[in-house]
Design a protein around this ligand. Sequence first.
Ligand SMILES: NC(=O)C1=CN([C@@H]2O[C@H](COP(=O)(O)OP(=O)(O)OC[C@H]3O[C@@H](n4cnc5c(N)ncnc54)[C@H](OP(=O)(O)O)[C@@H]3O)[C@@H](O)[C@H]2O)C=CC1
Ligand SMILES: Cc1cn([C@H]2C[C@H](O)[C@@H](COP(=O)(O)OP(=O)(O)O[C@H]3O[C@@H](C)C(=O)[C@@H](O)[C@H]3O)O2)c(=O)[nH]c1=O
Ligand SMILES: [Mg+2]
Length: 300
Amino acid sequence: MRVLVTGVTGQVGGALVARAAPDGIEWLAAGRDRLDLSVPDAIAAAVDALAPDAVVNPAAYTAVDAAETDGETAFRVNRDGPAALAAACAARGVPLIHLSTDYVFDGTGTRPYRPDDPVAPLGVYGASKEAGERAIRAVLDDHVILRTAWVYAADGRNFVNTMLRVGAERDELRVVADQHGTPTPAGDIADAVATLLAARRAGAAVRGTFHYTAAGETTWHGFAEAIFRRAEKHWGRRPSVHPIATADYPTPAKRPAYSVLDNSALDAALAGVATVPRRPWETALNAVLDTRLGPLTETK
Ligand SMILES: NC(=O)C1=CN([C@@H]2O[C@H](COP(=O)(O)OP(=O)(O)OC[C@H]3O[C@@H](n4cnc5c(N)ncnc54)[C@H](OP(=O)(O)O)[C@@H]3O)[C@@H](O)[C@H]2O)C=CC1
Ligand SMILES: Cc1cn([C@H]2C[C@H](O)[C@@H](COP(=O)(O)OP(=O)(O)O[C@H]3O[C@@H](C)C(=O)[C@@H](O)[C@H]3O)O2)c(=O)[nH]c1=O
Ligand SMILES: [Mg+2]
């Protein structure tokens, strides 16, 4: 089974193609040079040229604040590109696994969001991703939309690397403590996608919208504290992180106050076929930080 993977310079796409493909699966890595989501008219030809048996689409416009003033690009990349990709999959009769986000929710929920809970994005990025989900559902039955959240990897533009950069320079940081979610490593998402593909190859017909994150929940403040708890073992110092309210950290885009995702639908869909790998968020974070900062020694 030849699996076309987009966004291979990004966190999730990069983790996927860096990972050994499951038995019988071969990755076809397609960067922006081979498949540009902002040129929807060229997508069918790009897919035909690669002739995949399945497509995974982690490529996206992910700059949440920039999207507020560049909605045209965000919608082209996050809605029109995926729509064309889904149409190309439909024409070839192959499935699409598409990545989406917790930012499709408005954050007024009081229990973890289920895949069929109503969406109401607060910002342009979330709206463009939500529009992409709808566009895929409209043209391709054989799809999996996998929403995840708060993604990071040792390399990449993410909150962990922002905190490490700023925390290396300053002794005090201020981080919002009233937005709740679940930090999730790109490598774990890649493992979940690989599990889905292997299940698919074994004949399981998993279709629809699902959630996948690490286990547990925290706030951006709690995430920052955990980052520095581990970094201290490497650095021998620890900056203090002051909890603040969202109102005290103004950003162009509004973000959900609560976007914890209920993962049980995915586990249920794969029950009896495969176990979806999932670690507690802080266990996963510590492993990624040790990769990023080097091995711990006894003396540190
Ligand atoms: N990052 C996060 O915190 C979260 C991400 N998600 C979703 O998960 C998925 C993966 O995110 P992540 O890996 O973190 O994203 P990254 O921001 O790390 O990478 C984005 C990727 O998309 C590619 N890309 C951007 N524009 C285009 C385009 N016009 N044509 C082709 N490729 C393009 C980039 O390529 P290039 O290097 O050329 O720019 C890059 O490879 C996305 O769908 C995202 O919406 C969901 C929740 C949280
Ligand atoms: C750097 C920094 C951020 N913050 C706040 C701002 C914001 O509310 C929160 C997170 O900021 P970031 O900009 O790093 O994260 P953000 O870009 O909002 O991350 C999102 O990216 C997209 C792609 C997704 O799909 C989401 O799941 C989510 O991961 O932390 C502080 O309070 N203090 C700080 O020093
Ligand atoms: Mg950001």
